[in-house]
Design a protein around this ligand. Structure first.
Ligand code: COA
Length: 154
């Protein structure tokens, strides 16, 4: 049993701690604060919107996902996804990802992309499990590491 809901300000500290443990170049805390302040959805440039949801299981925040929808390009872009270490391999990452993809479909996006570190094989396995395809390698996308760009038709 779980709940997926927009981030609120009281989630930010925990989200930021998960972020710092999981990414070598974590997002700034102020980004999460800003998204929470705007109810989990920031609109910019009229046609672009950034969305964030957290997943709670048994009243504990387990993970989160952030994505962008571009209404002109009809493109969804997964920007951030993490599940706290102690809750891994229980299907929560997949649930968050499928939720974001469903939201993109509802928003009439035609495709979804994301970048992942070449070394991040567990995330790549997740993306391939849900049907995403490797599209290209982006050299030095991260400091001293290439990214793999994944693509999914929605
Ligand atoms: C990637 C991440 C979000 C996956 O979250 P999760 O909740 O553990 O994933 P799930 O339990 O939903 O796994 C779904 C599928 O992904 C694949 N997978 C996930 N973790 C895996 C691992 N460590 N090894 C191999 N496959 C893995 C499997 O195919 C799994 O399906 P299965 O359990 O039926 O075999 C999590 O490992 C994480 O937060 N990592 C650090 C942050 C990160 O790398 N984010 C992605 C940046 S692009």
């Amino acid at each position: 049993m779980c709940v997926i809901r927009p981030i609120v300000l009281s989630d930010v500290q925990l989200v930021y701690e998960i972020e710092c443990r999981n990414f070598p170049t974590p997002w700034n805390k102020s980004i999460f604060e800003a998204i929470a302040t705007w109810g989990g959805k920031i609109r910019f440039q009229n046609h672009r919107v950034l969305l964030m949801r957290v997943l709670e299981s048994e009243h504990k925040l387990v993970g989160y996902i952030v994505w962008e929808e571009n209404k002109i390009a009809k493109k969804g872009h997964i920007m951030n996804l993490a599940v706290s270490e102690e809750y891994r391999r229980r299907g929560w990452g997949e649930k968050l990802l499928r939720y974001a993809l469903d939201m993109m479909r509802a928003g009439k996006m035609l495709f979804c992309v994301l970048e992942v570190r070449e070394s991040n094989l567990s995330a790549q396995k997740l993306y391939e499990k849900i049907g995403m395809k490797k599209k290209e390698r982006i050299e030095d996308y991260y400091e001293q590491e290439d990214a793999i760009l994944y693509y999914l038709s929605l």
